[in-house]
Design a protein around this ligand. Structure first.
Ligand code: G6P
Length: 615
């Protein structure tokens, strides 16, 4: 949700770094963009509506040469995407410029106060209050101390923010601050940077320091001073990022989503391998104290958003029977407000690709606050994220950088993580039957190959896609663990092709959605050969009896027969316990081809963003 990048250099132009940073951060939002630099002691600003490419076009006509600058790519929250609402926001006489990621909850109150003091607002955003507040405090301070002005301004803010501020009165620095939204300081050679995440700066440095909530940092070209919420100078650890420029490259694919689907065999392999020691799952892959925690727990509560939530839903079908633990799964935005009861012995599992999703983090903070003795586990794809830094235990999926907004390889590796967790828990609790344990372990060994085989359906799904390009609606059905896979298939299709798609439990068909079925409403069923395949087939007959067109993703074993209204897409045969990890791949490919053939921007679907750091 909004990407921030800033650079403090000496005698070299900041613009190339700012623009390449913005391009890397576009996954966070892409409805408008802007930059501001300090030139001859004055702030110069250029903004534009649309993607970063539009801003670049403008900058070709108006060159900005400053060595210190900030930039932003926006995902609109307050106010429509427009030039006036794009960041940076400027204060009176362009004395201060601010870029912001997050939501200022008390902005209306602050706005009224600042207006009464004579400040003129030109945008509908919540961010503009920060520019005026900093300006206000800067002009109260005799030395025009920007650090102090930002500290005072952020003390007045309620909500979430990551900000970077520049001022003509302090032309050699950026002051940055965070609370609730991520911000990282990058260390270069006689150059320093700030950004929403490390991917914006990988061409410049691999040395980073994450700011903590409440921190304010004063960043010069060769140094950085950080003060915490109580104004005390602090040292934050320096980390070396593993992300490389290669992770950000398309490697010849047309889209990141396409590349990331093809990354899955390797991503799954790496996720399994890093959890193994001498051919066995190492419980410490979940954290140094995992064994003692897992011995104590008596239930599991999974919390997540979006695709990660679907991984959690699927996990319940493994965890409850095989680890014999009651397992609840909640969407984070609901869980945080539904006044849940906290039970002793519960392991709270937070799943997130990014580890920065605002609602998921809010739930973690709530659990830590309301139930301080609870155990918390993160399943996450980003090692240094706020989530992994906040939980007692963490399992890292090794999907590698995921850029496409529609999550693919993060999802399949999350499923792998949950299957490994199930085995570990089942063994510790002695609830996992030996033969099932063996089956899973054997299945995990060949899983990357099976996913590879599933990817071979690419051309079949490319050919199938035209049957959907003109459709407006579509139903996805599944039973048991394939129900979350149906939900995920529907989510993939709707988010990138804009076809209205719903995932349903097949058994619920006759309790409502069947009323929608006619020759114009295609029904997609996920039917690998599991114990419920027979029951699913009866549900499918209900569809055919209403002239509904069926598209069944089934393994050869199901022996489902084609007829003129039933298309069967054969997916690789795999043990039913591992089937969901394989079955979702053709659904991803299918959504991808439909979206591409409908002419949509699959990597940057409208109105969405990869990392949802606001509530
Ligand atoms: C956004 C993304 C989804 C993602 C969800 C949760 O909606 O577009 O792809 O599944 O956020 O994100 P997380 O990083 O917590 O998994």
């Amino acid at each position: 949700m909004c990407g921030i990048v800033g650079a403090v250099q000496k005698n070299t132009k900041a613009m190339p770094v700012l623009l390449s940073g913005l391009r890397a951060l576009e996954y966070r939002g892409y409805d408008s963009a802007g930059v501001a630099v300090i030139e001859n002691g004055k702030i110069e600003c250029v903004k534009s509506v649309g993607k970063v490419a539009e801003l670049e076009k403008k900058l070709k006509k108006r060159e900005l040469n400053g060595a210190v600058g900030i930039a932003h790519t926006r995902w609109a929250t307050h106010g429509v995407p427009s030039e006036a609402n794009a960041h940076p926001h400027l204060s009176h006489n362009n004395e201060v410029a601010v870029v912001h990621n997050g939501i200022i909850e008390n902005h209306e109150k602050l706005r009224t106060r600042l207006e009464s003091e004579g400040y003129k607002f030109v945008s509908d955003t919540d961010t503009e209050v920060i520019a005026h507040l900093v300006h206000h405090y800067l002009n109260l301070s005799k030395q025009k101390d920007l650090f102090e002005a930002v500290e005072k301004a952020v003390h007045e803010l309620k909500g979430a923010y990551a900000i970077a501020v520049i001022s003509g009165s302090a032309p050699d620095r950026i002051v940055a601050a965070r609370f609730g939204s991520p911000l990282v300081v990058g260390f270069g050679n006689e150059k320093m940077f700030v950004a929403s995440d490390v991917s914006a700066l990988i061409d410049e440095t691999n040395q980073f320091t994450y700011l903590e909530d409440g921190d304010v940092a004063e960043i010069f070209a060769d140094s950085c001073v950080i003060r915490n919420a109580s104004g005390k100078r602090v040292d934050r650890p320096m980390i070396t990022s593993e992300i490389s420029a290669a992770d950000m490259s398309l490697h010849g694919f047309q889209h990141y989503m396409q590349k990331e689907m093809y990354d899955q065999p390797q991503a799954i392999k790496s996720t399994i391998e890093q959890a193994m020691k001498k051919g066995e799952i190492d419980v410490r892959a979940f954290g140094a104290k995992a064994l003692s925690v897992f011995r104590k727990i008596s239930s599991i509560q999974i919390i997540a958003c979006g695709t990660s939530y679907h991984a959690g839903l699927a996990a319940r079908y493994w965890i409850e029977p095989l680890a014999d633990l009651p397992c609840n799964v909640d969407v984070a935005s609901e869980y945080r407000y539904r006044e849940p009861r906290f039970r002793k012995g519960t392991l709270y599992v937070f799943i997130s690709q990014s580890g920065e999703t605002a609602d998921t983090l809010a739930c973690l903070n709530m659990v830590k606050r309301e139930s301080p003795n609870s155990h918390t586990l993160a399943i996450c794809n980003v090692p240094e994220s706020s989530l992994t830094r906040g939980t007692d235990l963490a399992f890292l999926t090794r999907a590698g950088k995921e850029i496409g907004v529609a999550s693919t390889k993060a999802f399949t590796t999350q499923l792998v993580a949950f299957l490994l967790l199930t085995v570990v828990l089942g063994r510790i609790r002695r609830t996992l039957p030996k033969e099932i344990d063996k089956k899973i372990m054997k299945g995990l060994l060949t899983l990357p190959e099976k996913v590879e085989e599933a990817l071979e359906l690419d051309s079949t799904l490319h050919r199938l896609a035209p049957k959907f390009t003109e459709k407006e609606h579509c139903l996805f059905l599944g039973r048991g663990i394939e129900y979350p896979i149906a939900l995920e298939g529907a989510l993939k299709l709707k988010e990138i092709s804009y076809i209205h798609a719903e995932g349903y439990q097949a058994g619920e068909l006759k309790h409502g959605p069947l009323a929608l079925v006619d020759e114009n409403m295609p029904v997609i069923a996920v039917a690998p050969n599991d114990a419920l395949a027979g029951k699913l087939q009866s549900n499918l007959k209900e569809v055919r009896a209403r002239n509904g067109k069926l598209f069944i993703f089934a393994s050869p074993e199901t022996k489902i027969v084609k007829d003129e209204g039933t298309e069967v897409i054969l997916i690789p045969e795999v043990d039913e316990l591992l089937a969901p990890i394989v079955a979702v791949v053709p659904l991803q490919l299918f959504a991808y081809h439909v979206a591409v053939q409908r002419g949509k921007d699959v990597d940057k679907p409208r109105n969405l963003a990869k990392s949802v750091t606001v509530e």
